[in-house]
Ligand binder design. Structure first.
Ligand code: ATP
Ligand code: MN
Length: 144
């Protein structure tokens, strides 16, 4: 039932907690994992026009960091026997998560309830909320 996992990460503590559950789903038949990070387009859009800043260079640096982080996670999963794929996309995080879930035909989307912001009063982060609202596939949310 959970054979193909789409695990989306912003590299926050909560996403890292969710990763432990990704590994744990091996016992429930999970075999393929796509690890997705979305470089938030809105972050660098707001910098465009500032003379001393090159948004493309910032994006590139961030992408390189993401590749490094995800490579570590890939190794961990491969050691457990999973087939793993890395995807780094640029755009609006919730939209990319939903789009990639369809593209990869994921049987479940796994995310943390919160991410980098992790505001105490929020029931869910905005990305988590929109994914639950709009995804057509099952979503597994790991709570803090
Ligand atoms: P907000 O972003 O609304 O300020 P937050 O950062 O606390 O709140 P979310 O961004 O909703 O919470 O994060 C919830 C989960 O969504 C994360 O644990 C992660 O699994 C996923 N996620 C968030 N941002 C991204 C991203 N850029 N790329 C991939 N996955 C993401
Ligand atoms: Mn966030």
């Amino acid at each position: 039932m959970f054979e193909k996992i789409l695990y989306a990460t912003d590299f926050s503590d909560m996403a890292t907690k969710a990763f432990q559950y990704v590994k744990g789903l091996w016992g429930s038949g999970a075999r393929d994992v796509t690890i997705l990070h979305v470089v938030d387009q809105r972050g660098t859009d707001s910098l465009t026009g500032l003379a001393a800043i090159d948004p493309l260079a910032i994006e590139k640096g961030w992408e390189e960091l993401a590749v490094k982080e995800i490579s570590g996670l890939e190794d961990e999963l491969r050691n457990e026997g999973f087939t793993v794929k890395m995807r780094i996309e640029k755009g609006i995080p919730f939209k990319e998560i939903i789009r990639v879930a369809e593209e990869e035909n994921a049987s479940v989307i796994m995310i943390g309830s919160h991410g980098k912001s992790n505001i105490a009063e929020m029931l869910l982060g905005s990305v988590a909320e929109k994914v639950v609202r709009k995804a057509k596939r099952p979503v597994l949310i790991v709570k803090r």
